[in-house]
Ligand binder design. Structure first.
Ligand SMILES: Nc1ncnc2c1ncn2[C@@H]1O[C@H](COP(=O)(O)OP(=O)(O)OP(=O)(O)O)[C@@H](O)[C@H]1O
Length: 286
């Protein structure tokens, strides 16, 4: 479990804190999503959960972040990497450059930890299978598409068997085909029962995957709850956030009497289809 306890933080060059009194619980086996407008502090929060703040970035903080009761600020980074994996936006920057094949790239972090060879091979094979990238095992990481590289970056975190995986806008630099690959791997990770925090601007992705959403605005958590409730919250526009296409379509249809007044607005394709089917069947039967 990753827990933020009244955590505030300012970078060494910040004039004002970037995070303000953040209280947050990332619970074991749950898929959490973090949304917020640009510059609200989402990546900063991810760095704090993974220990890069304060270990690599310095700066000033109050309150604490704990990972399984260990205070992140007091735990050495090499110990934290086996507990919290962080996948960032640009897949290219996450490839070590030290290895010739995807298989070796995946083993790289384990080699550094001194994991024995048989165990290393086992974990690499397991991750190749989970992410359905066995066919890429002997390819050079540099020959891969952006989407494939990002899935390999996810894999290089998963081989460490962290308790939690944080993904910071993992599809933002990818084309639609690359995004699809990463989204498919998210589904596999979700099924594996791993603890996940996904930072994402694409609300539909969160609606499809997350159990719980947290909204960060100006460094403060302003709302938390299940995606269906948060993504249809009337305050979304005021927070600088949009709505899913399904919510917008149903809200417009409701003005024309084509969405039941007391039916919740949808955030997924399935919920939208169900609502519209209900209206059409009602009209056909009338
Ligand atoms: N290394 C740094 N030093 C000083 N200020 C920083 C640093 N990194 C980020 N900031 C500032 O901290 C604030 C929050 O940035 P952060 O990248 O965490 O936001 P974000 O919500 O992830 O944004 P985006 O959605 O655009 O990625 C911004 O005002 C940013 O300029």
């Amino acid at each position: 479990m990753i827990t933020f306890h009244d955590f505030s933080y300012a970078y060494p060059t910040s004039e004002a804190p970037v995070l303000h009194g953040v209280d947050l619980r990332i619970r074991p086996g749950r898929f959490h999503g973090l949304v917020g407008p640009s510059g609200s502090g989402k990546s900063t929060l991810a760095f704090a959960a993974a220990g890069f703040i304060p270990h690599a970035q310095g700066g000033e903080h109050t309150g604490s972040v704990t990972v399984d009761e260990r205070i992140v600020a007091d735990t050495p980074l090499p110990e934290l990497v086996t507990r919290v994996g962080l996948v960032q936006q640009d897949p290219f920057n996450q490839i070590s450059g030290a290895r010739f094949s995807v298989r070796e790239e995946l083993a790289f972090g384990l080699e550094n930890l001194g994991v024995e060879h048989a165990e290393m091979r086992h974990r690499v094979a397991e991750v190749l299978e989970l992410l359905r990238i066995e066919h890429l095992a002997d390819r050079s990481p540099y020959e891969l598409s952006g989407g494939q590289q990002q899935v390999v970056a996810v894999g290089s975190m998963l081989v460490m068997r962290p308790e939690a995986l944080i993904l910071d806008e993992p599809t933002s630099q990818l084309d639609p085909a690359g995004s699809r690959m990463v989204v498919e791997s998210l589904a596999a990770i979700r099924e594996s029962g791993m603890t996940v925090l996904l930072i994402e601007h694409k609300l539909e992705l969160l609606a499809d995957h997350a159990d719980e959403l947290h909204v960060l605005v100006d460094g403060r958590i302003v709302a938390e709850g299940e995606p269906g409730r948060i993504l249809t919250d009337a305050r979304m526009a005021g927070w600088g956030l949009g709505a899913t296409r399904f919510t917008t379509a149903a809200a417009e249809a409701r003005r024309d009497g084509l969405w039941e007044q007391d039916r919740r607005l949808p955030v997924t394709l399935d919920a939208a289809a169900e609502g519209f089917r209900g209206v059409l069947e009602g009209k056909a039967g009338a």
